[in-house]
Ligand binder design. Structure first.
Ligand SMILES: *[C@@H]1O[C@H](CO)[C@@H](O)[C@H](O)[C@H]1NC(C)=O
Ligand SMILES: *[C@@H]1O[C@H](CO)[C@@H](O)[C@H](O)[C@H]1NC(C)=O
Ligand SMILES: *[C@@H]1O[C@H](CO)[C@@H](O)[C@H](O)[C@H]1NC(C)=O
Ligand SMILES: *[C@@H]1O[C@H](CO)[C@@H](O)[C@H](O)[C@H]1NC(C)=O
Ligand SMILES: *[C@@H]1O[C@H](CO)[C@@H](O)[C@H](O)[C@H]1NC(C)=O
Ligand SMILES: [Cu+2]
Length: 336
Protein backbone atom coordinates (compact mmCIF):
# COMPACT_ATOMS: atom_id res chain seq x y z
CA UNK A 1 0.00 0.00 0.00
CA UNK A 2 1.28 3.42 -0.84
CA UNK A 3 2.08 5.25 2.31
CA UNK A 4 0.97 8.79 2.15
CA UNK A 5 3.36 10.95 4.08
CA UNK A 6 2.02 14.04 2.52
CA UNK A 7 0.45 15.56 5.52
CA UNK A 8 3.27 15.69 7.97
CA UNK A 9 3.72 19.32 7.15
CA UNK A 10 0.22 20.20 8.06
CA UNK A 11 0.60 18.26 11.25
CA UNK A 12 3.66 20.23 12.05
CA UNK A 13 1.82 23.51 11.81
CA UNK A 14 -1.29 22.31 13.54
CA UNK A 15 0.31 20.50 16.38
CA UNK A 16 2.55 23.42 17.11
CA UNK A 17 -0.56 25.48 17.27
CA UNK A 18 -2.89 23.23 19.18
CA UNK A 19 -0.77 21.44 21.63
CA UNK A 20 1.82 24.01 22.21
CA UNK A 21 -0.59 26.87 22.61
CA UNK A 22 -0.47 27.44 26.28
CA UNK A 23 -0.93 30.95 27.38
CA UNK A 24 -4.18 31.70 25.65
CA UNK A 25 -4.85 35.39 25.34
CA UNK A 26 -1.61 36.40 27.01
CA UNK A 27 -0.11 39.13 24.94
CA UNK A 28 2.59 40.01 27.37
CA UNK A 29 4.93 37.12 27.54
CA UNK A 30 7.35 38.14 30.23
CA UNK A 31 8.10 34.73 31.69
CA UNK A 32 7.95 32.24 28.84
CA UNK A 33 7.81 28.55 29.66
CA UNK A 34 11.13 26.88 28.88
CA UNK A 35 10.93 23.67 26.95
CA UNK A 36 13.66 21.23 27.82
CA UNK A 37 15.17 18.16 26.28
CA UNK A 38 13.61 14.95 27.61
CA UNK A 39 16.80 13.64 29.15
CA UNK A 40 17.39 16.84 31.08
CA UNK A 41 14.17 16.37 33.02
CA UNK A 42 14.32 14.84 36.47
CA UNK A 43 12.74 11.43 36.85
CA UNK A 44 9.87 13.08 38.75
CA UNK A 45 9.28 15.45 35.82
CA UNK A 46 9.37 12.56 33.36
CA UNK A 47 6.76 10.78 35.48
CA UNK A 48 4.51 13.84 35.45
CA UNK A 49 4.79 14.25 31.70
CA UNK A 50 3.95 10.61 31.11
CA UNK A 51 1.01 10.71 33.46
CA UNK A 52 -0.34 13.82 31.67
CA UNK A 53 -0.07 12.03 28.33
CA UNK A 54 -1.89 9.02 29.73
CA UNK A 55 -4.59 11.23 31.16
CA UNK A 56 -5.27 12.70 27.70
CA UNK A 57 -5.07 9.26 26.13
CA UNK A 58 -7.84 7.97 28.36
CA UNK A 59 -10.37 10.56 27.29
CA UNK A 60 -13.40 9.52 25.35
CA UNK A 61 -13.12 8.06 21.90
CA UNK A 62 -16.18 7.20 19.86
CA UNK A 63 -16.36 5.49 16.49
CA UNK A 64 -19.11 7.81 15.39
CA UNK A 65 -17.02 10.96 15.54
CA UNK A 66 -16.38 12.37 12.10
CA UNK A 67 -13.26 14.30 11.09
CA UNK A 68 -14.09 17.76 9.83
CA UNK A 69 -10.80 19.01 8.44
CA UNK A 70 -9.91 18.22 4.86
CA UNK A 71 -7.46 16.54 4.40
CA UNK A 72 -8.45 14.64 7.58
CA UNK A 73 -5.31 15.29 9.54
CA UNK A 74 -6.99 15.87 12.84
CA UNK A 75 -8.54 12.77 14.30
CA UNK A 76 -12.23 12.98 14.99
CA UNK A 77 -13.20 14.09 18.48
CA UNK A 78 -15.94 15.81 20.38
CA UNK A 79 -15.79 18.15 23.32
CA UNK A 80 -16.10 15.35 25.88
CA UNK A 81 -13.28 13.53 24.27
CA UNK A 82 -9.76 14.25 23.27
CA UNK A 83 -10.06 17.98 23.21
CA UNK A 84 -6.42 18.60 23.86
CA UNK A 85 -5.89 21.98 25.39
CA UNK A 86 -3.16 24.11 26.77
CA UNK A 87 -3.03 22.19 30.02
CA UNK A 88 0.17 20.34 29.33
CA UNK A 89 1.66 22.80 26.92
CA UNK A 90 3.91 24.44 29.43
CA UNK A 91 5.48 21.13 30.17
CA UNK A 92 6.30 20.40 26.57
CA UNK A 93 9.62 18.78 26.01
CA UNK A 94 11.60 17.92 22.94
CA UNK A 95 14.09 15.22 22.11
CA UNK A 96 17.31 15.02 20.20
CA UNK A 97 17.34 11.92 18.11
CA UNK A 98 20.71 10.25 18.06
CA UNK A 99 21.69 10.01 14.40
CA UNK A 100 24.89 8.07 15.12
CA UNK A 101 23.19 5.10 16.71
CA UNK A 102 19.48 5.61 16.65
CA UNK A 103 18.65 2.02 17.46
CA UNK A 104 21.09 1.74 20.34
CA UNK A 105 20.47 5.21 21.75
CA UNK A 106 20.06 5.47 25.50
CA UNK A 107 16.84 7.24 24.67
CA UNK A 108 15.22 3.88 23.93
CA UNK A 109 16.64 2.12 26.95
CA UNK A 110 14.52 3.54 29.74
CA UNK A 111 12.20 0.71 30.74
CA UNK A 112 10.91 2.30 33.92
CA UNK A 113 7.19 1.66 34.05
CA UNK A 114 6.42 5.17 35.36
CA UNK A 115 9.07 7.41 33.85
CA UNK A 116 10.50 5.55 30.85
CA UNK A 117 9.41 5.98 27.24
CA UNK A 118 10.23 2.34 26.53
CA UNK A 119 12.18 0.82 23.70
CA UNK A 120 11.69 -0.91 20.40
CA UNK A 121 8.79 -3.17 19.62
CA UNK A 122 9.12 -6.91 19.87
CA UNK A 123 9.39 -8.61 16.47
CA UNK A 124 7.56 -11.74 17.62
CA UNK A 125 4.47 -9.75 18.64
CA UNK A 126 4.20 -7.54 15.56
CA UNK A 127 6.48 -4.94 17.09
CA UNK A 128 4.46 -4.25 20.18
CA UNK A 129 6.31 -2.20 22.76
CA UNK A 130 6.73 -4.39 25.83
CA UNK A 131 8.61 -2.13 28.21
CA UNK A 132 8.38 1.35 29.69
CA UNK A 133 5.33 3.37 30.68
CA UNK A 134 3.46 2.75 27.42
CA UNK A 135 4.03 -0.98 27.23
CA UNK A 136 1.38 -3.51 26.26
CA UNK A 137 1.19 -4.56 29.90
CA UNK A 138 0.42 -1.02 31.05
CA UNK A 139 -3.04 0.53 30.83
CA UNK A 140 -1.97 2.56 27.79
CA UNK A 141 -4.07 1.86 24.70
CA UNK A 142 -4.49 3.86 21.56
CA UNK A 143 -7.80 4.19 19.73
CA UNK A 144 -6.92 4.87 16.12
CA UNK A 145 -7.41 3.28 13.69
CA UNK A 146 -8.80 0.71 16.15
CA UNK A 147 -7.89 -0.04 19.77
CA UNK A 148 -4.44 -1.60 20.09
CA UNK A 149 -1.19 -1.31 22.00
CA UNK A 150 1.73 0.83 20.91
CA UNK A 151 4.06 -0.46 18.18
CA UNK A 152 7.59 0.58 17.16
CA UNK A 153 9.28 -1.13 14.25
CA UNK A 154 12.83 0.14 13.76
CA UNK A 155 13.50 0.72 10.06
CA UNK A 156 16.76 2.37 9.09
CA UNK A 157 16.05 2.52 5.36
CA UNK A 158 12.35 3.27 5.46
CA UNK A 159 11.86 4.01 1.80
CA UNK A 160 13.93 1.04 0.85
CA UNK A 161 11.59 -1.83 1.43
CA UNK A 162 8.63 -1.02 3.57
CA UNK A 163 7.02 2.01 2.04
CA UNK A 164 6.26 3.02 -1.45
CA UNK A 165 6.31 6.60 -2.50
CA UNK A 166 4.72 7.77 -5.71
CA UNK A 167 8.04 7.88 -7.45
CA UNK A 168 9.43 5.37 -9.90
CA UNK A 169 13.02 6.17 -9.01
CA UNK A 170 14.51 2.76 -8.36
CA UNK A 171 18.07 4.04 -8.22
CA UNK A 172 17.11 6.41 -5.48
CA UNK A 173 15.68 3.63 -3.38
CA UNK A 174 18.82 1.56 -3.66
CA UNK A 175 21.55 4.11 -3.16
CA UNK A 176 20.42 6.42 -0.41
CA UNK A 177 22.20 6.44 2.91
CA UNK A 178 20.41 5.51 6.09
CA UNK A 179 17.59 7.90 6.94
CA UNK A 180 19.49 9.07 10.01
CA UNK A 181 21.83 11.00 7.67
CA UNK A 182 19.15 13.65 7.36
CA UNK A 183 19.40 14.75 10.99
CA UNK A 184 22.98 14.49 12.14
CA UNK A 185 24.02 17.29 14.46
CA UNK A 186 25.94 18.85 11.60
CA UNK A 187 22.94 18.83 9.27
CA UNK A 188 20.62 20.30 11.90
CA UNK A 189 23.17 23.05 12.67
CA UNK A 190 23.46 23.85 8.99
CA UNK A 191 19.71 24.17 8.73
CA UNK A 192 19.56 26.56 11.68
CA UNK A 193 22.47 28.64 10.42
CA UNK A 194 21.58 28.54 6.76
CA UNK A 195 18.62 29.63 4.65
CA UNK A 196 18.84 33.26 5.72
CA UNK A 197 15.46 34.81 5.00
CA UNK A 198 14.60 31.70 3.01
CA UNK A 199 11.69 30.03 4.73
CA UNK A 200 10.94 27.91 1.69
CA UNK A 201 14.46 26.51 1.70
CA UNK A 202 14.28 25.60 5.37
CA UNK A 203 10.83 24.12 4.93
CA UNK A 204 11.83 22.10 1.88
CA UNK A 205 14.73 20.53 3.74
CA UNK A 206 12.75 19.85 6.90
CA UNK A 207 9.67 18.52 5.18
CA UNK A 208 11.00 16.87 2.02
CA UNK A 209 10.64 13.18 1.25
CA UNK A 210 13.72 12.27 3.20
CA UNK A 211 13.78 15.28 5.46
CA UNK A 212 14.37 14.97 9.19
CA UNK A 213 10.71 15.33 10.04
CA UNK A 214 9.36 12.45 8.01
CA UNK A 215 12.44 10.29 8.53
CA UNK A 216 12.08 10.10 12.29
CA UNK A 217 8.49 8.98 11.82
CA UNK A 218 9.52 6.30 9.37
CA UNK A 219 12.53 5.07 11.31
CA UNK A 220 10.46 4.61 14.47
CA UNK A 221 7.84 2.88 12.34
CA UNK A 222 4.71 1.24 13.71
CA UNK A 223 2.31 3.84 15.09
CA UNK A 224 4.75 6.72 14.73
CA UNK A 225 5.16 5.69 11.08
CA UNK A 226 1.40 5.71 10.60
CA UNK A 227 1.50 2.10 9.47
CA UNK A 228 -1.61 -0.02 9.90
CA UNK A 229 -1.21 -2.87 12.38
CA UNK A 230 -1.00 -6.29 10.73
CA UNK A 231 -4.30 -7.31 12.32
CA UNK A 232 -6.06 -4.05 11.44
CA UNK A 233 -9.61 -4.32 10.18
CA UNK A 234 -10.04 -4.17 6.43
CA UNK A 235 -10.08 -0.62 5.24
CA UNK A 236 -7.32 0.63 7.53
CA UNK A 237 -5.39 3.22 5.59
CA UNK A 238 -1.79 3.89 6.56
CA UNK A 239 -1.13 7.58 6.92
CA UNK A 240 -0.26 10.36 9.29
CA UNK A 241 -3.58 10.66 11.10
CA UNK A 242 -2.71 8.26 13.88
CA UNK A 243 1.03 8.96 14.17
CA UNK A 244 0.42 10.88 17.44
CA UNK A 245 -0.48 7.49 18.98
CA UNK A 246 3.14 7.28 20.00
CA UNK A 247 3.95 9.87 22.67
CA UNK A 248 7.32 10.21 20.94
CA UNK A 249 5.36 12.16 18.35
CA UNK A 250 5.14 15.15 20.66
CA UNK A 251 8.81 15.08 21.54
CA UNK A 252 9.72 14.85 17.89
CA UNK A 253 7.37 17.62 16.81
CA UNK A 254 8.65 19.88 19.54
CA UNK A 255 12.12 19.31 18.08
CA UNK A 256 10.88 20.25 14.61
CA UNK A 257 9.35 23.36 16.15
CA UNK A 258 12.61 24.03 17.99
CA UNK A 259 14.66 24.02 14.79
CA UNK A 260 12.29 26.61 13.36
CA UNK A 261 12.51 28.61 16.62
CA UNK A 262 16.33 28.51 16.60
CA UNK A 263 16.39 29.53 12.96
CA UNK A 264 14.08 32.47 13.68
CA UNK A 265 16.46 33.68 16.39
CA UNK A 266 19.46 33.53 14.07
CA UNK A 267 18.67 36.45 11.83
CA UNK A 268 16.25 39.35 11.65
CA UNK A 269 15.36 38.25 8.14
CA UNK A 270 14.26 34.87 9.48
CA UNK A 271 12.10 36.07 12.31
CA UNK A 272 8.83 36.54 10.46
CA UNK A 273 9.74 34.79 7.23
CA UNK A 274 6.89 32.64 6.08
CA UNK A 275 5.56 31.11 2.88
CA UNK A 276 2.48 29.08 2.72
CA UNK A 277 0.58 26.14 1.49
CA UNK A 278 -1.22 23.57 3.56
CA UNK A 279 -0.68 20.44 1.51
CA UNK A 280 2.52 18.67 0.52
CA UNK A 281 3.07 18.14 -3.18
CA UNK A 282 3.23 14.45 -3.79
CA UNK A 283 2.83 14.27 -7.52
CA UNK A 284 6.33 15.39 -8.48
CA UNK A 285 8.84 15.23 -5.68
CA UNK A 286 12.35 16.16 -6.50
CA UNK A 287 14.09 12.93 -5.80
CA UNK A 288 17.05 14.11 -3.81
CA UNK A 289 18.12 13.55 -0.28
CA UNK A 290 17.48 17.19 0.40
CA UNK A 291 14.92 18.42 -2.06
CA UNK A 292 15.47 21.99 -3.06
CA UNK A 293 12.16 22.90 -4.53
CA UNK A 294 9.33 24.04 -2.36
CA UNK A 295 7.07 21.23 -1.37
CA UNK A 296 3.83 22.86 -0.42
CA UNK A 297 0.78 23.45 -2.48
CA UNK A 298 -2.75 24.77 -1.80
CA UNK A 299 -1.63 28.28 -1.08
CA UNK A 300 -4.76 29.20 0.80
CA UNK A 301 -2.68 29.35 3.97
CA UNK A 302 0.00 31.55 2.51
CA UNK A 303 -0.70 34.90 4.08
CA UNK A 304 -0.08 36.22 7.54
CA UNK A 305 -3.79 36.64 8.14
CA UNK A 306 -4.71 33.24 6.70
CA UNK A 307 -6.67 31.06 9.07
CA UNK A 308 -5.07 27.69 9.79
CA UNK A 309 -7.68 24.90 9.87
CA UNK A 310 -7.81 23.53 13.41
CA UNK A 311 -11.16 21.80 13.67
CA UNK A 312 -12.05 24.12 16.52
CA UNK A 313 -9.25 22.81 18.71
CA UNK A 314 -7.25 25.99 19.00
CA UNK A 315 -8.34 28.28 21.80
CA UNK A 316 -7.21 31.34 19.88
CA UNK A 317 -7.74 32.92 16.48
CA UNK A 318 -5.62 30.54 14.44
CA UNK A 319 -4.09 32.94 12.00
CA UNK A 320 -0.51 32.54 10.87
CA UNK A 321 0.44 35.89 12.38
CA UNK A 322 -0.81 34.77 15.78
CA UNK A 323 1.59 31.84 15.97
CA UNK A 324 4.58 32.94 13.92
CA UNK A 325 6.37 33.94 17.12
CA UNK A 326 6.49 31.79 20.25
CA UNK A 327 6.64 34.87 22.49
CA UNK A 328 4.96 37.78 20.74
CA UNK A 329 1.43 36.49 20.37
CA UNK A 330 -0.77 34.20 22.42
CA UNK A 331 2.02 31.63 22.58
CA UNK A 332 4.53 32.08 25.38
CA UNK A 333 7.43 29.65 25.38
CA UNK A 334 11.06 29.28 24.38
CA UNK A 335 13.40 26.31 23.92
CA UNK A 336 16.61 25.76 25.74
C1 LIG B 1 -0.06 43.93 27.89
O1 LIG B 1 0.57 44.90 28.70
C2 LIG B 1 0.13 46.23 28.43
C3 LIG B 1 0.95 47.21 29.24
O2 LIG B 1 1.75 46.61 30.19
C4 LIG B 1 -1.36 46.34 28.75
O3 LIG B 1 -1.82 47.65 28.47
C5 LIG B 1 -2.11 45.34 27.90
O4 LIG B 1 -3.46 45.34 28.25
C6 LIG B 1 -1.56 43.94 28.10
N1 LIG B 1 -2.22 43.03 27.14
C7 LIG B 1 -2.83 41.93 27.50
C8 LIG B 1 -3.50 41.14 26.44
O5 LIG B 1 -2.84 41.53 28.65
C1 LIG C 1 -19.52 13.30 22.83
O1 LIG C 1 -19.95 12.02 22.41
C2 LIG C 1 -20.43 11.21 23.47
C3 LIG C 1 -20.76 9.82 22.97
O2 LIG C 1 -20.50 9.64 21.64
C4 LIG C 1 -21.64 11.85 24.09
O3 LIG C 1 -22.09 11.05 25.16
C5 LIG C 1 -21.25 13.23 24.60
O4 LIG C 1 -22.41 13.88 25.11
C6 LIG C 1 -20.66 14.06 23.48
N1 LIG C 1 -20.19 15.30 24.06
C7 LIG C 1 -20.46 16.49 23.52
C8 LIG C 1 -19.94 17.68 24.26
O5 LIG C 1 -21.06 16.61 22.47
C1 LIG D 1 8.29 -3.79 10.11
O1 LIG D 1 9.08 -3.02 9.23
C2 LIG D 1 9.51 -3.74 8.09
C3 LIG D 1 10.47 -2.87 7.33
O2 LIG D 1 11.57 -2.57 8.07
C4 LIG D 1 8.32 -4.15 7.27
O3 LIG D 1 8.74 -4.88 6.14
C5 LIG D 1 7.38 -4.97 8.11
O4 LIG D 1 6.20 -5.22 7.39
C6 LIG D 1 7.03 -4.25 9.40
N1 LIG D 1 6.29 -5.15 10.23
C7 LIG D 1 5.14 -4.83 10.83
C8 LIG D 1 4.49 -5.90 11.63
O5 LIG D 1 4.64 -3.72 10.77
C1 LIG E 1 8.47 17.77 -12.21
O1 LIG E 1 9.47 18.67 -11.71
C2 LIG E 1 10.51 18.94 -12.61
C3 LIG E 1 11.58 19.77 -11.91
O2 LIG E 1 11.10 20.46 -10.81
C4 LIG E 1 9.92 19.67 -13.84
O3 LIG E 1 10.94 19.96 -14.77
C5 LIG E 1 8.87 18.75 -14.47
O4 LIG E 1 8.26 19.42 -15.54
C6 LIG E 1 7.82 18.35 -13.45
N1 LIG E 1 6.93 17.35 -14.06
C7 LIG E 1 5.61 17.41 -13.94
C8 LIG E 1 4.84 16.30 -14.56
O5 LIG E 1 5.05 18.31 -13.33
C1 LIG F 1 -6.97 23.93 0.64
O1 LIG F 1 -7.07 24.69 1.84
C2 LIG F 1 -8.39 25.09 2.16
C3 LIG F 1 -8.33 26.00 3.36
O2 LIG F 1 -7.57 25.44 4.35
C4 LIG F 1 -9.26 23.86 2.38
O3 LIG F 1 -10.57 24.25 2.66
C5 LIG F 1 -9.23 22.99 1.14
O4 LIG F 1 -9.92 21.81 1.40
C6 LIG F 1 -7.79 22.67 0.75
N1 LIG F 1 -7.78 21.95 -0.52
C7 LIG F 1 -7.09 20.84 -0.71
C8 LIG F 1 -7.16 20.24 -2.06
O5 LIG F 1 -6.44 20.33 0.17
CU1 LIG G 1 5.30 14.54 12.24
Amino acid sequence: MAFNSSLFTLYFVLVSLLLLAGATGTRNCTRPAVRKEWRSLSQEEQKHWISAVKCVAHLLHDETFVPTVNPPDIAAYNASGSLYDGGISKDFVYSHMDATDFYGSAFFKDSNSKSGLGGWGDASTQFRVLDGAFSASSTFRVSYPFPHTLRRNFTLFPLFDSLSFPTPDVVWKRTRPAATASFTEQVVESMINGFVGDFKGLQAQMEGVEGPHANVHFIVGGDMGGICPVDAPAGCISGPTFTPNDPLFFLHHAMVDRVWFKWQQKHALNKYAFAGGSVQKLDNFTVQLLPLDFILTNLSCSKMDSEIPTDGLAPLPSTVSNVISTTEGPLCYVYE
